[in-house]
Write a protein that binds this ligand. Sequence first.
Ligand SMILES: *Cc1c(COP(=O)(O)O)cnc(C)c1O
Length: 346
Amino acid sequence: MKVAFTSDNIAGASDSVLQAMMDASQGDAIPYGNDELTAEVTGMLSAFFECDVNVFLVSTGTAANVLSISAMTPPWGSVLCHTESHLLNDESTAPEFYSGGARFVGVGGADAKIDPVQLKKFVSQKVGDVHSCQPSAVSLSQVSEVGSVYSLEEIKAITDVAKEAHLPVHMDGARFANALVALGCTPAEMTWKAGIDIVSFGATKNGTMSAEAIVVFKPELAKELAFRRKRGGHLHSKMRVLSAQMRAYLTDNLWRQNAEYANGMMALLQEGLKTIPSIKINTPAQANMLFCTLPEGMEEYLLGEGFAFYGGRWEKGVVRLVTSFRTPKEGVEAFINAARRFDDQG
Ligand SMILES: *Cc1c(COP(=O)(O)O)cnc(C)c1O
């Protein structure tokens, strides 16, 4: 059986999302987000986050991130994010492009989580020095790039440092629902109650086709975003088709069901891999992503057996495994069995 653990965006969209797109495509609607469905989604997200939010739907996570951040930093600013962040490593030069050339600075920390002590040094570096970039914003990823999840206290520790330096904080929530389910807290607790000012509320990896929401908790940060989104070419004329996806995602707890399923498959996978002596778990998976180190030859063996996953990009033997809302349970079991077979032979 062929199963891929390459990423959660290899899965398509949930049926109800596609149905919602079909339904929304019937008849006419006012373009550019001035339709009823889009207003409804803003209301739904306000209810979801238990506060009045401004919402800007876009069709990629990169756009959500870089547009959010462009509203937080002047072109001479620096944006502090983790060294391993998606912003720094996986968004080409979109961050610089959209922010008009601001500098993105990597901050260290274990398990791809920003270390607040290191952050403290960066936020006050050369403030007021016209020759240096000016610390302007902080961005953290929840789930992180290695599959760890910030606890509420850890988020608070970051935002405390940022607030003390009067810097706004962005959360890259490409896997927001997976993190939320892992923590078992409310969306409000994981965001504005913990000091987050804007979140890229990801949905595409967890069941929509192409809908991500920039959710703004601070009204003053929302003022420019409508113009920035249009200028950046991300104001969809048929916005209602994006809104329909988001409405379906927020309806009947689809986001929760999908995230619980994906996290559950990862828990199963991790439990299985833990019983194989030659495999080392690098960062314990709290959500739906796992980094582990395989013994010599196992990677090639598993690839040869038809499994797909990323490897060869990090230290020798390190591979990344991601489960989605649609990863088949039999596939997880087959993977564990194949790994065990190799381990037994070795
Ligand atoms: C997938 C992902 C994104 C968004 O990527 P797109 O391909 O632009 O949709 C952003 N941040 C993180 C951490 C991601 O994993």
